[in-house]
Write a protein that binds this ligand. Structure first.
Ligand SMILES: Nc1ncnc2c1ncn2[C@@H]1O[C@H](COP(=O)(O)OP(=O)(O)O)[C@@H](O)[C@H]1O
Ligand SMILES: [Mg+2]
Length: 419
């Protein structure tokens, strides 16, 4: 699929280069040719006495004045063409089905929830709708508890669009879908769900790790917690409120996320950090950079925080991107932290530094970390072992070494215990 698209883009690029290479010389030849023709015909007529020399010179000067705008018009035409192509691409993105905006029309359940005598946590959720979490953190218990009950989830048959078509409201109405896509309400053909009856509780202010072989569904759990997708079955609650009743914008203003593929935008180091905290001062930015071991990045060059990271952060290594994501999430200062294999690309010394940073950051916060290295989560409050979409064990490191074959197997493979 990607192969086909890539080779199509490659061929289009070649055709484009060919055209561009041809246009320039053809234009020059036309212009020079026209000049020679005018000069030749005019010269003959001047020689024959039909035309005065002054008139010919005037004509040629006019010709030069005319050629310039014609040339400009030609290159404007080329630019307009590539502009139109870019516009096409933008419209393609604009046509993607948006996430279902339940927040626009609160369901009866949401209204009921907001009228109800609310638990402290629920009050905190509502308060954040008016401002950043920081303002409310001082007065309400900051952390959030999360509970998954019997969560089952399948990706829609073609969920490559980031899940917009997979989103379904509780009453079963489908999100707006482009015409050429299959109905997302239809059950997918392949049998096993990605998550199958997953249940566990993350107490407020605790640290929970998700471990398991790759493909077990760990990233999918985080995606559901962020409400990128809705569970096919079962429920997720946040501080006792069903996730489906919390507007996405509100929910996400409570959650800091470090994704498995840390995205970096083109722009400067400071730009990328201020995405998370627009009002942060330079001093704050530097402090958080040093907390994640990225201080050298800004200091090594004269640019400092204005260091240009290049298109898509091309000038950063994988580990640097990951640490930038850490810096962002720490700056954002959210009560819940979700991290997906957040130290997978850094060396062990940096990992130690990040461990320390996480230790400080997880005070008063609810933390859920997908861990690839068990040593980084051995001291967590609980570890959830996922395998093929099911929770096979929950407990502390010591408990799991006793009870879970899979966990003991992973631990011995990582040389945490002797086999
Ligand atoms: N966007 C998606 N669309 C369809 N299937 C997906 C998508 N993302 C992940 N999967 C599938 O779901 C399963 C679990 O994936 P994931 O949650 O990423 O596992 P983990 O993070 O534990 O490695 C895998 O079989 C994967 O192929
Ligand atoms: Mg993953």
């Amino acid at each position: 699929m990607i192969d086909v698209e890539a080779s199509r883009a490659y061929r289009a690029g070649i055709a484009m280069a060919r055209l561009q290479a041809a246009v320039q010389p053809i234009m020059s030849i036309c212009i020079q040719g026209a000049f020679i023709v005018v000069l030749a015909v005019g010269g003959i007529r001047v020689a024959a006495g039909e035309l005065r020399l002054g008139d010919l010179i005037a004509f040629i000067l006019y010709l030069f004045l005319l050629v310039m705008p014609i040339g400009s018009a030609m290159s404007a035409f080329v630019q307009i063409q590539s502009g139109l192509a870019a516009l096409d691409r933008i419209q393609e993105i604009a046509r993607l089905a948006p996430e279902r905006t339940d927040e626009d029309r609160p369901s009866p359940a949401t209204r009921e929830a907001s009228n109800r005598e609310a638990a402290p946590g629920t009050a905190a959720l509502r308060d954040t709708s008016t401002g950043p979490s920081r303002a409310t953190r001082a007065i309400v218990p900051p952390a959030g508890s999360i509970e998954l009950r019997d969560v089952t989830f399948r990706y829609a048959p073609d969920a490559e669009d980031g899940g917009a078509t997979a989103a379904r409201s509780p009453d079963g109405t489908a999100a707006p879908v482009p015409q050429d896509r299959p109905d997302p309400a239809e059950p997918p053909g392949d049998g096993r769900p990605v998550l199958d009856g997953v249940s566990f509780t993350v107490p407020a202010g605790s640290r929970t790790a998700l471990v398991g072989p790759s493909g077990a569904g760990k990233s999918t759990v985080l995606a559901l917690l962020e409400r990128f997708y809705e569970p096919t079955d079962g429920s997720i609650t946040y501080d006792g409120t069903a996730l489906s009743e919390i507007p996405r914008s509100e929910l996400r203003s409570r959650i800091g996320l470090v994704e498995q593929e840390a995205p970096v935008l083109s722009g400067t180091l400071a730009d990328n950090l201020r995405l998370a905290a627009p009002d942060a001062t330079d001093v704050q930015l530097r402090r958080v950079l040093s907390a994640v071991g990225l201080d050298a990045l800004g200091d090594r060059t004269a640019d400092g925080l204005d260091l240009d990271l290049g298109e898509d952060g091309i000038r950063l290594s994988g580990g640097q991107r990951q640490r930038l994501a850490w810096a962002r999430v720490i700056l954002a200062d959210r009560p819940v932290l979700l991290m997906d294999e957040p130290t997978s690309a850094v060396d062990s010394r940096t990992e130690q530094l990040l461990q320390q940073t996480l230790g400080e950051a997880s005070r008063d916060r609810t933390v859920v970390v997908v861990a690839h290295r068990l040593s980084t989560v051995a001291d967590f409050d609980q570890i959830v072992v996922l395998d093929q979409g099911r929770v096979t064990a929950v407990g502390t490191h010591e408990e799991l070494l006793e009870e879970s074959d899979l966990y003991r197997d992973m631990a011995s493979r990582q040389r945490l215990v002797s086999a």
